[in-house]
Design a protein around this ligand. Structure first.
Ligand code: GLA
Length: 396
């Protein structure tokens, strides 16, 4: 296992600096939570409805022992498949796979982590389990009593007005008095990004489900372009959870997945079995410089600045004036890709740093070229070198 202890956590922790396109007044419901995109793990992509109490505990243990907690992963989220039956008074119980939800929350909290849970505004979840319809108040109180810190609320069999349904649960969560991150999941219907904050969403899914293959992941990820003005501290576009470590993509493709999600300031919710990770998977999930791009305090979602067929250049401005840049090759064969410094903010002379290898590559004038494998990315930062360059090089 790779340990990344001792990195500058100040880079990774929310600072509360809000420089998003949306003003606080426009948000209305800002809860103060999720100042940077939420980081954690969710059971769905790997375990589906077979999730158990023991699996959740094992993931919490591994989040600590792998070093993921040290780089900012915090939420351990139970997705669909935990729900049991309601009693005569309507109280919802977990099923036999979760003997004591409060004890499980205590265990996760004892590790310095937080516990998330899942429900739906409809009568049934997507997996056919009991939903919260007509029990919103009761369920919110139950979640708070258990010690839940994050709710993914998934439309599934929901009916009627989307905004009203999501507001109803948000208001019920508010009345519990417990800070609970609110993850809105309705697959991007009715342009959720335009009203997600007004229903109290800290994040909202912008697409249908991801799958563990390059075509699906890249379709979802690259289609986020244009949504950047709707994201910012406390309210994030969510292109769905990570598939890293689930085995369906190669190293270049998983780097594209994580690198694109970082440029997008997307929530980083791992979706693999953390208790059985290769060193490669750990390093994909815990590269501190890549995570620092995602978690940058300015909270600006990156965007595409250039495209030539399958070659794309994306840029995310960081709080310190540095530009994070992703040079992507979406084709099935190797190609060079060039970033013109003008396209990312008119820097002429810059120092380029490779974020995956964590090495400075030198100073470049005007542009930088990366030779890219099929389905790969080079993730770099560009730092203005004009001020520090010696006079002789300035005149060149
Ligand atoms: C939907 C969601 C998934 C997952 C499943 C659970 O498909 O989009 O992320 O929560 O439901 O049934």
């Amino acid at each position: 296992m790779v340990s990344v202890k001792g990195i500058a956590l100040s880079l990774l922790v929310a600072t509360g600096v809000a420089s998003a396109a949306l003003s606080t007044a426009a948000l209305g419901q800002d809860s103060g939570l999720a100042r940077t995109p939420p980081m954690g793990w969710n059971s769905w992509n790997h375990f589906g409805t077979s999730v158990t109490d023991a699996i959740i505990r094992a993931q919490a243990d591994a989040m600590v022992s792998s070093g993921m907690k040290d780089v900012g992963y915090t939420y351990v989220n139970i997705d669909d498949g935990w729900e049991g039956q309601r009693d005569a008074s309507g109280v919802l119980y977990p099923n036999e796979k979760f003997p004591d939800m409060k004890q499980l929350a205590d265990y996760v909290h004892s590790k310095g982590l937080k516990l998330g849970i899942y429900s739906t505004p409809g009568p049934k979840t997507c997996g056919g389990f009991a939903g919260s319809q007509d029990h919103e108040e009761q369920d919110a109180q139950q979640f708070a009593a258990w010690g839940i810190d994050y709710l993914k609320y998934d439309w599934c069999s929901g009916q009627g007005d989307l905004k009203a349904a999501f507001t109803k649960m948000h208001d019920a969560l508010q009345r519990t008095g417990r800070p609970i991150v609110y993850s809105v999941c309705e697959y991007g219907m009715e342009r959720v990004w335009a009203w997600g904050p007004s229903v109290g969403g800290n994040l909202w899914r912008t697409t249908m489900d991801i799958a563990d293959n390059y075509d699906r992941m890249s379709l979802i990820g690259f289609m986020q372009n244009g949504l950047e003005r709707f994201a910012g501290p406390g309210h994030w576009n969510d292109p769905d959870m990570l598939e890293v470590g689930n085995g369906g993509m190669n190293l270049d493709e998983y780097r594209t997945h994580v690198g694109l999600w970082a440029i997008l300031a997307a929530p980083l919710i791992a979706g693999n079995d953390l208790s059985k990770m290769t060193a490669e998977t750990v390093s994909l999930l815990t590269n501190p410089e890549v995570i620092a791009v995602d978690q940058d305090s300015a909270g600006i979602q990156g965007r595409r600045v250039a495209q030539e067929g399958p070659l794309e250049v994306w840029m995310k401005p960081l709080a310190d004036g540095t530009k994070a840049v992703g040079l992507f090759n979406r084709s099935t064969h190797g190609l060079p890709n060039v970033v013109s410094f003008h396209d990312v903010g008119a820097l002429e002379r810059v120092t380029v740093r490779d974020l995956w290898t964590r090495k400075d590559l030198g100073t470049f004038d005007g542009s930088f070229t990366a030779n890219l494998n099929a389905h790969s990315v080079m993730l770099i930062t560009l730092r203005d070198a004009t001020a520090t360059a010696p006079p002789s090089t300035l005149s060149q």
